[in-house]
Design a protein around this ligand. Structure first.
Ligand code: BG6
Length: 469
C-alpha cells in the first residue's frame, strides 16, 4: 500500500559546517574544537602545529562550492536543507564583543542561494563544535560564562537571518556529551560525571535562553531540540533487563525531557545521588529552563539492546554508544545495526512522551561506494536502506504521529564525524576525495540521486513496502 505524506512535509538532507565547509581559517574564522580532532569526535584533542593538516581543513570545500551543491539539491527537489553555522565564523574566539562580518556574509550568501530554489534552511546553532578560544580561556561549557557567549552568538544570528531562516535547532545531539565530552561540552574526555553533567546543565540553560531569544526575535520561527535517537530494546524479557533498558533510555531522553518539558525530571534525582553528583543550579536557571522547544528533532541510525548479563555486556560492542547488538538485525560495514522498524517505534515513543511535532533530521547509510568504469555509482544498498526507513516514517504518520519532515544525513558525501573518513559515504552525490585528501572534489550523481528525486516528487508514494524475510 502506498504511503501518504502530507503535502507540506519537508524533504531534504542534512550537513554540518565542520564536515563540509573546509576553509577552516578563511575570512576571519577562528579555530573550533572540531579543527583539533583529526581522527574524529571521540578522539583526543591535538594541538595544531604549522604545516599539519586535517581532512576537514578542506572537507568537500562547500565554502566555495555551495552554489553547485545547492543546485544539485534543488535538482532532487529538496524543500529544505539542514545546515549548521560555524560559531567560529561569527565569533572566532567566542568572547568578542562584535561579530565577524565576513562570516555572517557567507551564510547570507548560502541562505540567498537556497531561497532562489525555495529551499527552507533548517539551521543548527552548534553542530559538534565550539570556539576553541572558549575551551582554552574559559574551560568550555564547564564555565557558566559560556552561556552568555552562546546567547550573544544566538541573538546575533537570529537578528541577522530573521527573514531568511524559520527553522532552528540549538545543539546537535546534545546527549552525545556523555560519550564525547570534548566535542560536546569542551571538557577533557577524562572528566568525571559531575563535571560533565554540570557542563551539560550550562548547555541546557543556554539552549533554553536561545529558545527564548528566538521566540522574542522571530515571531514566526520554530526552534527545536536535537537528540541522538539511540533507542534501546531489552535483550530479553527478563524484568531486570526491562528495568535496565528503561534506565538507559532515560539517560538520553533526559535531555529531551528538560528541553521539551522545562524542568529536570524526577528520575534524575536518583541518578545524580547514585553517582554522587551535586549540580549547582540557580533559581534563574530553573526559570530559564521553563522556555521549551517547539518541536523535537533527532537523528536515527540504529537501535541497540540492553542486558544486565555482565558477560554479554563485555562482548562485541558494536558502535560508538556501546550498545549490545540485536541478534535479529543486520549491520552496516561500520557495525551500525540496521533497524527501519525501530524508527517507527522511536517516532511513536517520542510523540507519546512529548506531544510535540517531530523532525527526523538525520538518517542514512554510511557505505563504501564503488565508482564504476563508466563513472556511475550503483548504490542499491543505500536506496534499500532509505526506502525501508522512509516507509516506516509513513507507518508512523498513519499511527498519528505529527512529523514535520525528513532530512537524510549527508545528501552529498562528507567527512564522517566518528572517524573523520571520506570513505564512509552517505551521499546521493559522490565527491571525488579519499581518506588521505586526494581527489578532484568533482561531484557525481549516484543512482540514489534519481531515486530520491522520485520519492520527493511523488511525496513518498513511490516508496516500496519492505520485503519481509
Ligand atoms: C551524527 C552526527 O551522529 O551522525 C553527524 O550528528 C554524523 O555529524 C552522523 O556525521 C554520522 O556519523 P558518522 O560518524 O558516520 O559520520
Amino acid at each position: 500500500m502506498s504511503k501518504c505524506f502530507p503535502d507540506n512535509f519537508l524533504w531534504g538532507g542534512a550537513i554540518a559546517a565542520n564536515q563540509v565547509e573546509g576553509a577552516y581559517l578563511t575570512d576571519g574564522k577562528g579555530l573550533s574544537t572540531a579543527d583539533l580532532l583529526p581522527h574524529g569526535i571521540m578522539g583526543e584533542r591535538q594541538l595544531r602545529t604549522p604545516g599539519d593538516s586535517n581532512i576537514k581543513d578542506i572537507a568537500i570545500d562547500f565554502y566555495h562550492r555551495y552554489r553547485e551543491d545547492i543546485a544539485l539539491f534543488a535538482e532532487m527537489g529538496f524543500t529544505c536543507l539542514r545546515i549548521s553555522i560555524a560559531w567560529t565564523r561569527i565569533y572566532p574566539q567566542g568572547d568578542e564583543d562584535t561579530a565577524n562580518e565576513e562570516g555572517l556574509a557567507f551564510y547570507d550568501r548560502v541562505f540567498d542561494e537556497l531561497a532562489k530554489y525555495n529551499i527552507q534552511p533548517v539551521v543548527t546553532l552548534s553542530h559538534y563544535e565550539m570556539p576553541y578560544g572558549l575551551v582554552k580561556n574559559y574551560g568550555g561549557w564547564g564555565n557558566r560564562q559560556t552561556i552568555t557567549f552562546f546567547e550573544r552568538y544566538a541573538r546575533t544570528v537570529f537578528c541577522r537571518y530573521r527573514d531568511k531562516v524559520k527553522y532552528w535547532l540549538t545543539f546537535n545531539e546534545i546527549n552525545m556529551s556523555l560519550h564525547a565530552p570534548f566535542t560536546g561540552v569542551g571538557l577533557p574526555n577524562t572528566s568525571d560525571k559531575s563535571a560533565i553533567y554540570q557542563a551539560i546543565h550550562h548547555q541546557l540553560v543556554a539552549s533554553a535562553r536561545a529558545v527564548k531569544a528566538c521566540h522574542a526575535l522571530i515571531s514566526d520561527a520554530k526552534i527545536g531540540s536535537m537528540l541522538l535517537g539511540g533507542i534501546l530494546y531489552p535483550l530479553t524479557c527478563k524484568p531486570d533487563d526491562v528495568i535496565e533498558t528503561l534506565q538507559q533510555n532515560r539517560e538520553w531522553l533526559f535531555f529531551g525531557d528538560v528541553q521539551a518539558r522545562g524542568a529536570y525530571p524526577a528520575y534524575m534525582t536518583r541518578v545524580f545521588s547514585k553517582h554522587g553528583i551535586r549540580l549547582y543550579i540557580t533559581d534563574q536557571d530553573r526559570q530559564d529552563l521553563q522556555e521549551t522547544v517547539d518541536f523535537i528533532s533527532f537523528s536515527y541510525y540504529m537501535s541497540g539492546c540492553v542486558t544486565k548479563d555482565q558477560e554479554l555486556n563485555q562482548q562485541a560492542r558494536a558502535n560508538i554508544l556501546n550498545m549490545v547488538p540485536n541478534p535479529h538485525l543486520p549491520h552496516s560495514e561500520w557495525g551500525w545495526q540496521i533497524d527501519p522498524v525501530g524508527l517507527r517505534y522511536l517516532l511513536n515513543v517520542l510523540y507519546d512522551r512529548y506531544q510535540k511535532p517531530l523532525f527526523i533530521v538525520e538518517n542514512g547509510l554510511g557505505a563504501k561506494d564503488v565508482l564504476t568504469e563508466d563513472g556511475s555509482i550503483q548504490d542499491e544498498y543505500r536506496i534499500k536502506y532509505l526506502n525501508d526507513h522512509l516507509y516506516q516514517v509513513g507507518e508512523a504518520l498513519e499511527d498519528g504521529v505529527c512529523i514535520l519532515g525528513y532530512t537524510s544525513w549527508g545528501p552529498i558525501d562528507l567527512v564522517s564525524a566518528s572517524k573523520a573518513e571520506m570513505s564512509k559515504r552517505y551521499g546521493f552525490i559522490y565527491v571525488d576525495r579519499d581518506d588521505d585528501g586526494n581527489g578532484t572534489l568533482v561531484r557525481r550523481r549516484k543512482k540514489s540521486f534519481y531515486w530520491y528525486a522520485e520519492i520527493i516528487k511523488s511525496c513518498g508514494k513511490t516508496l516500496k513496502a519492505p520485503h519481509i524475510e
